[in-house]
Structure formats: C-alpha cells, structure tokens
Design a protein around this ligand. Sequence first.
Ligand code: UDP
Length: 239
Amino acid sequence: MRINVLGVGFDNLTMDEAVARAVELLGEEGTHYVVTPNPEIVEVCRENLAAKIAVNEADLVLPDGIGVIKGAAMLGTPLKEKTPGVEFAGHLMGKMAETGKSLYLLGAKPGVAEQAAARLAEQYPGLHIAGTHDGYFQEDGPVIEAIRQSGADVVFVCLGAPKQELWMKKNGPATGAKLLCGLGGSLDVFAGVVERAPKFWSDHGLEWFYRLCKEPKRIGRMTKLPLFLVHVRQEKKKK
Ligand code: UDP
C-alpha cells in the first residue's frame, strides 16, 4: 500500500529495498518506470492532472527529499526514509555494473550527457553506456528510435518535471528498455556541472537552501515548498 501525500502515492521503502525492487523490475516482462517526486512535484501534481496520473502510475514512486518525509510524518503516515533520485541512481548503476546491464542517458543541455557518460563509465567499471542524447529535442520519434537501436536496458530520463514523467509514461514502452528512471537534474550532477549539497546540509534537511544559494534563479520554483507545507497542514486538519 502506498502512502498518500497530497494525492501522490509514495512507496514506503528504504534505499536498499527501492534498489532491490528496481533490479527485480529489470528482470520482469515489459517496460517499467520510476519517479522521484519532491514537494515541488507534488504541488505540480495538485494542479496538473496528467502529471499526477503519470506520477501515480509509475512502478516505483520514491520520495526525493526531506520535504516529502516531513509531510508524510505530519500526516501521521511516516515514510521509512528519503531516497533521493541521484543516490538511488548511483546504487542502481552499481548493481547494473555487476550484471553488465546497459544504460542510456537522456536529458540536460547539449554535451552534458556525454560528459556524464565519460565520468560514470570510469566510476562504475562494467557499466555499459549504450548512448546519450540531450534534452532539448523537438520530436520524440528520433530519440525513441535511438534508444531502441542502442538496446539499452535502463534509461535515465532527465528532462525536469513533469516533462520527464509524461515522457516516460507515453514513450517508455516504445524505447524497448526495461526500466526508465525520471531523475531531474541528476545528469548535471553526474557530469560535474552542478554540485550536490555537502552532507552536512542534506543531513540537516537543508539541501534545498544550499541549492537556492548556488542557483538563486530557483527562488520562483521554491515558493512551492512553503505552499506544500501549508497544504499538508490543511490536509492534517481535515483528518
Ligand atoms: N531539461 C531538459 N530539457 C528540457 C528542460 C529541462 O533536458 O526541456 C533538463 C535541464 O537541463 C536539467 C534538468 O532537465 O538538466 C532539470 O533539472 P532541474 O534542476 O529542474 O531538476 P530537479 O532536479 O530540480 O528536478
């Protein structure tokens, strides 16, 4: 049973359990996809029904940050732990490297996915990078075909939310991949273009603040964070 946070159902898993489930999905028939919503995406889902459906229909819905964990706890239905997309992806690549699975990197500005590919191939010996494509394409068809031709087992889809969730739901099966993971800005992190917050900040639930200091243009988007907490409080009162 999923834990409902303002209309988004989250899987209640530890990081190890989430990775194990993803590995299982890789071995199953058909195409599956993983989403990693943060409070901002939950807020988007409240206003955008198509996004909400794409998120809730994912095979794994993982809480990306501390905001969702706090929200779930305030609602009296705590989640085990945060499972940030970028860390989940790191663990998954470790498992893929052990079993020789292949990965396609889709998203970010031109050149970033290639840069990420070079670094990841070094970091995870045994991981096969099947191909890369930037995230600023006009037509889906050629991108789907490129992924299909690559024969990738897994695709990291990093187009920002809710674009990546809608893209995976619509196009996932046509890519022929087993598993697609929507991972926001993770390729920028893997490429070394964007730094993740040091451990101190994330341990204290302040990763969002660190990102805001580094990228002040995020301020508009971040107004969604307090809004999320207001909505959680309203929901709690209704209970
Ligand atoms: N992006 C993309 N295509 C688009 C819009 C965004 O590839 O049409 C990329 C963007 O370059 C960035 C990522 O999607 O690498 C989204 O990053 P953001 O920081 O918004 O994601 P978050 O991690 O906050 O979800």
